[in-house]
Ligand binder design. Structure first.
Ligand code: HAM
Length: 416
């Protein structure tokens, strides 16, 4: 018989990891909701055109998209990220600005799977549309930083850069292109191919033969307009005022083409360098317009859930939650008493579980221990006859026998 396994780069998230996953998203919600962000749940699948706006020259668009023609002859794609979908939703629904949205959910990129790099991966993120204030950049960067630090991560670096105005970026790109074209013969084969598509991407190369040529490449800061320089200076000052440490990395270009002005990455200290960005983002003034809306500035970030949890493992922080079952009911009289009692407990708000298949007392006690419950409630034939229940603490303490009518108050006293 055929035996199926998950496809490469796709994973089942089982307990206890799934519980940790929920806590992660909940911690994110509790970081951003009090700052005025409201959730958006965009669809997993959109017209491919929405995602093509992310950058015609990026790997995400040209190589990694899961796209197909659906039964209605529409060319659609599974989302590789959510910023483009949020901007599409903004154009479609025209909410009042500034519009602050947060999201959580899976994305798909056909990448080469490795530690911290999957084909289906989750992100949590925020986007703000409709404001250019540099202190908004600081608010956004700070929320991501506070969230990651709040998980307990300590080996974390914030890298920031500014790509300037679109015209600054154009001039910088031409200068870069001229520089790399001059050095064409010495560049790696991969970087030569990248150069013809987007010279910015060459800065991303980690290949040895490119390193020295990249070090001598023109610097974006030399191309900043006065406005871009002032915006970036305010971002840096704002971060300093909040006491958030950062390093300016002029080579930080990010993997998507829509960025302008501020870009940033939260870099973890434990993963391989190709996968060490736990999250990243920036300004993308221009994307809403590209999607058919009015000129609208935007900024946001996304944090990779899978990758950040790996970093948490490496640092030994943000442990999975422990079992939430507090009471385990043991019934050696056939199981009907356990049926009624667990139902009664659950209706009273006390988490409870039980064994099935009328197992022996010994085997049910083992199951109770495994469940992590604090208390076992035992009903044998004597208890059934006398209408009582034995309350046995599983982490030390004496057991007592109580009448069924007095069970709930007695239990409340035993549960810590
Ligand atoms: P990104 O840098 O492509 O940005 O992805 C953000 C984060 O998602 C990465 O730092 C990483 O943690 C995670 N990630 C990306 N690809 C994978 C993968 N194949 N496997 C595991 N994790 C991955 C964006 O997606 C932008 N939408 C961020 C943004 C929001 N910019 C502005 N607003």
């Amino acid at each position: 018989m055929a035996e199926f396994k998950t496809s490469p780069g796709m994973r089942d998230i089982l307990d206890p990891e799934s519980g940790r996953w929920r806590r992660f998203v909940s911690a994110f919600e509790h970081t951003v909701e009090p700052a005025g962000y409201r959730q958006i749940i965009p669809p997993l699948l959109e017209d491919i055109g929405v995602f093509q706006r992310v950058g015609e020259a990026t790997d995400v668009v040209t190589k990694e998209m899961y796209d197909f023609v659906d039964k209605g002859e529409r060319h659609v794609a599974l989302r590789p990220e959510q910023t483009a979908s949020v901007c599409r939703a903004f154009v479609q629904h025209r909410p009042v600005t500034p519009w602050k949205a947060w999201y959580a959910g899976p994305n798909f990129r056909y990448e080469k799977p490795q530690r911290g790099r999957f084909r289906q991966f989750d992100q949590v993120g925020i986007e703000v549309l409709g404001a250019t204030d540099p202190y908004l950049d600081v608010e956004v960067i700070a929320l991501g930083w506070n969230f990651l630090a709040g998980l307990g991560l300590r080996r974390l670096t914030l890298q920031i850069n500014s790509l300037g105005e679109p015209t600054d970026r154009e001039k910088f790109m031409s200068a870069l292109s001229a520089h790399f074209t001059n050095e064409l013969d010495a560049l790696s084969v991969e970087s030569r191919a990248t150069l013809s598509k987007n010279p910015l991407r060459v800065l991303d190369s980690k290949r040895d033969e490119d390193r020295e040529i990249i070090a001598r490449a023109p610097r974006i800061a030399d191309f900043h307009s006065d406005e871009a320089r002032a915006h970036f200076a305010s971002v840096r000052t704002g971060l300093e005022r909040l006491g958030i440490p950062f390093v300016v990395n002029e080579r930080l270009v990010r993997g998507l083409d829509y960025y302008r002005h501020t870009t940033f990455e939260y870099v973890g200290g434990t993963l391989d360098s190709a996968q060490n960005a736990l999250g990243g983002g920036g300004r993308y003034d221009g994307l809403v317009e590209d999607l058919g809306g009015p000129p609208t500035p935007g900024i946001g970030f996304a944090i990779g859930v899978d990758r950040t949890l790996l970093a948490c493992d490496d640092e030994g922080v943000f442990e999975p939650p422990v079992s939430s079952v507090r009471v385990f009911v043991i019934d050696t009289t056939g199981g009907a008493e356990a049926l009624v009692l667990t139902d009664q407990l659950r209706r009273s708000g006390i988490s409870a579980d039980r064994a099935f298949e009328s197992r022996s007392m010994k085997s049910q006690m083992k199951a109770a221990d495994r469940s992590g419950a604090e208390v076992a409630l035992i009903i044998g034939s004597d208890e059934l006859a006398s209408g009582t229940v034995v309350v046995r603490p599983l982490r030390g303490g004496d057991q007592i026998s109580v009448h069924r009518d007095d069970l709930l108050p007695a239990l409340q006293k035993v549960l810590t």
